[in-house]
Design a protein around this ligand. Structure first.
Ligand code: PRX
Length: 654
């Protein structure tokens, strides 16, 4: 059936993957959830009695005021643990000290420059968080105020997040690869009162000008009163008197036992900006109790965390994975974390395996795009490395192609480690669908089954469940504790984006199908969101950046398949006049980098005389996607192409 004839909201599926990998018996024997019967029991309990189920699990959180009701659900508004008070940093730190685990390793950090390494026990991490929290309080930062964090992956990034949480400030972490424009937009949208940054950050041996980017951004951020600067690279920076303060001066003489602010269960814990279907990134809002419980519980289930594990999640805290599976989940679970500051190919392409050999993590959680890079870089970087400490592997951020899955299983996992392919989103706060490593037989490319508490459905555009085996929109039919509570400052967009197309259900924005065993297969986005190297980008954001360049009249951005990044950015540009030159391509790439960040810089730029449009003026993206993927020959794309010809050939009614 062609895409045009199919009922709206449904998708044809062509992928069939029949291989199945049962969990190793010795893994199951020691696992938290060791059989499918146990999983089903938990699943049914959470589905049938969510309040009883989550109430039982919330009992271990360090409440300062007990809650009166587990769930108050008026779709789309959910309140979890109504009336309770607690502090997220106390849930990650203080409760472990109280339980006598103060001397346990909380965090092992490896810097990008070879030889740099630090270790923190829970007691030491607690002390550092307390000092920064006291410093921020002294600056006058109040509960509920927003603090932007723009830092390299150092322990101080985790400390800054927890210090904000400790005083009840709402953190908004901005990935260190974003531009000053992107920082300014986020500061303005959130009304940030302070920015925590560093002089610079190491990236493949060179240093990123973080403070400089913040300086430019803060000129356009009228609400920002303070900038705290960590000395990381030692590069020269300008400090603005009365506004800027060094991190080491901020914490000088500060107490190591700052009291945590008791926060309402539903008080915002953080905002994290992510791309959607418009040019403006949305600030996804997560709140305190439900989020922390979800991050902790899913960490324990999916990564089967044990006391002697060392958990390495390679994500940067600029993304949701770094929030939930570097900072809040593992620390709330009292686990030991491994963090690496830099790129996997710095200073050589075997850096990750060198780190595994030296630090002996037991769990390794990374992105498919990284796995495809490792495959490309070759076996010479891996052969001879001792990876035997690993017992469990995970992936996140995009679907994993079966070839990469098998490679990961055989080469990195030595055929003994289960792989958890975890499907979730910034909005969901934590993992939603994933194998449980001790009990779920895995199929390469499938995120398998929903976790307890997650009740998915696949529907067509009318909201009716699709016939089993067919693709459709993935929705969630029940609330879960880690769900987003809104878009910062834009309730209307929250309702419109997630809750209006299929009323009363959460629309994830992905297509999916279920196979005969009930396993879920994610089939890509239903909106104009690209997934480039596991990072979410909006085509419209890229287009707005391009048209803000003086030479550009009109632009269309689409994704095309890329063997390492999953998707690459291809753009079609019409000019205001003049002839395109190679110099212009470089200028446009630089312009997008300045507007959004390096991750959005187009891989391919096609200049066109006009863009193919429907009679109603909508750009024919499907046609452009075909052209970008090389499915249409259009000759030399460096000269102006007239794509209307193709549109005419195709018939222009999309
Ligand atoms: O399309 C899905 C894809 O990434 C989107 C969420 O992106 P983001 O909010 O940036 O969060 C990424 C980290 C959780 C989803 O809507 N995605 C994420 N994980 C998977 C995936 N697609 C297929 N399989 C996955 N395991």
């Amino acid at each position: 059936m062609s895409e045009v004839q199919r009922p709206a909201g449904t998708v044809a599926s062509v992928m069939t993957e029949e291989r199945m990998f049962p969990p190793p018996a010795e893994f199951s024997a020691r696992a938290r959830i060791g059989s499918l019967e146990d999983y089903r029991r938990l699943y049914d309990a959470a589905k049938n009695d969510p309040e009883g189920f989550w109430g039982e699990r919330a009992a271990a959180l360090p409440w300062t005021t007990p809650y009166t009701k587990v769930l108050d659900w008026h779709p789309p508004a959910a309140k979890w643990f109504v009336g309770g008070r607690l502090n997220a940093s106390a849930a990650c730190l203080d409760r472990h000290l109280a339980a006598g685990k103060g001397e346990k390793t909380a965090l092992v950090w490896v810097g990008e420059p070879t030889g740099e390494r630090r270790e923190y026990t829970y007691r030491q991490l607690h002390a550092e968080v307390c000092r920064v929290a006291a410093g921020l309080r002294k600056l006058g930062i109040k509960p509920g105020e927003v603090v932007s964090i723009y830092m390299p992956m150092t322990p101080e990034l985790v400390i800054a997040m927890l210090a904000c949480a400790r005083i009840g400030a709402v953190h908004s972490v901005i990935f260190g690869g974003f531009s000053s424009e992107a920082i300014a937009d986020r500061n303005q949208d959130a009304g940030a009162v302070a920015v925590i940054t560093a002089d610079g950050g190491w990236r493949r041996g060179s240093s990123l000008p973080l403070k400089k980017n913040v300086d430019i951004a803060v000129e356009k951020s009228p609400t920002v009163r303070h900038v705290v600067v960590l000395k990381r690279t030692g590069q020269a920076v300008e400090m603005v008197a009365g506004r800027d303060i060094w991190w080491h001066d901020l914490i000088e003489g500060m107490p190591t036992d700052t009291a945590p602010e008791p926060m309402d269960s539903e008080a915002p814990l953080f905002i994290l900006y992510t791309s959607g279907s418009t040019g403006k990134p949305k600030g996804i809002k997560h709140t305190t109790a439900g989020y922390v419980l979800w991050a902790q519980t899913t960490s324990e289930w999916v990564f089967d965390l044990r006391d002697d594990d060392l958990f390495w999640c390679t994500a940067d805290c600029g993304w949701i994975t770094g929030h939930s599976y570097v900072t809040y989940g593992p620390l709330a679970a009292g686990a030991s974390l491994l963090i690496y500051e830099g790129a996997p190919n710095a200073p050589h392409e075997g850096r990750f395996w060198e780190i595994i050999e030296a630090e002996k993590p037991t769990i390794f959680y990374t992105a498919p795009t990284a796995i495809r890079s490792f495959m490309k870089w070759g076996m010479e970087h891996i052969e001879g490395r001792d990876l035997s400490s690993l017992r469990l592997l995970g992936t996140v951020g995009e679907g994993i192609n079966p070839e990469a899955w098998i490679w990961y299983h055989e080469v990195i996992g030595g055929k003994r480690c289960p792989i958890v392919d975890t499907w979730w989103q910034t909005e969901t706060g934590g993992i939603m669908m994933s194998p449980l490593p001790g009990c779920t037989p895995t199929k390469p490319g499938s995120c398998t089954l929903p976790l307890p508490g997650v009740v998915p459905e696949i529907v067509d555009a009318a909201g009716a469940p699709v016939t089993p085996g067919h693709g459709g929109w993935l929705v969630m039919t029940q609330p879960w504790p880690g769900m987003l509570r809104g878009i910062w400052g834009d309730d209307e967009r929250f309702v419109e984006t997630y809750w209006s197309k299929v009323p009363g259900k959460y629309l994830a924005g992905d297509n999916a199908r279920q196979d005969k065993d009930g396993y879920y297969w994610i089939m890509g986005r239903i909106d104009d969101v690209l997934n480039v190297a596991g990072h979410r980008l909006s085509t419209i954001e890229i287009e707005s950046a391009l048209v803000s360049h003086p030479s550009v009249a009109e632009a269309a951005a689409v994704g095309r398949p890329h063997d390492v990044k999953g998707e690459a950015v291809a753009v079609f540009v019409t000019l205001r006049g003049g002839v395109p030159t190679d110099g212009l391509k470089d200028a446009l790439r630089k312009h997008v980098r300045q507007q959004i960040g390096a991750l959005a810089a187009p891989d391919d730029i096609h200049f066109a005389a006009t863009l193919p449009k429907t009679r109603s003026g909508k750009i024919m993206r499907r046609l452009l996607r075909d052209i970008a993927a090389g499915r249409e020959t259009v000759g030399d794309t460096t000269t102006l192409e007239d794509y209307t010809v193709l549109a005419t050939l195709r018939g222009n009614d999309e």
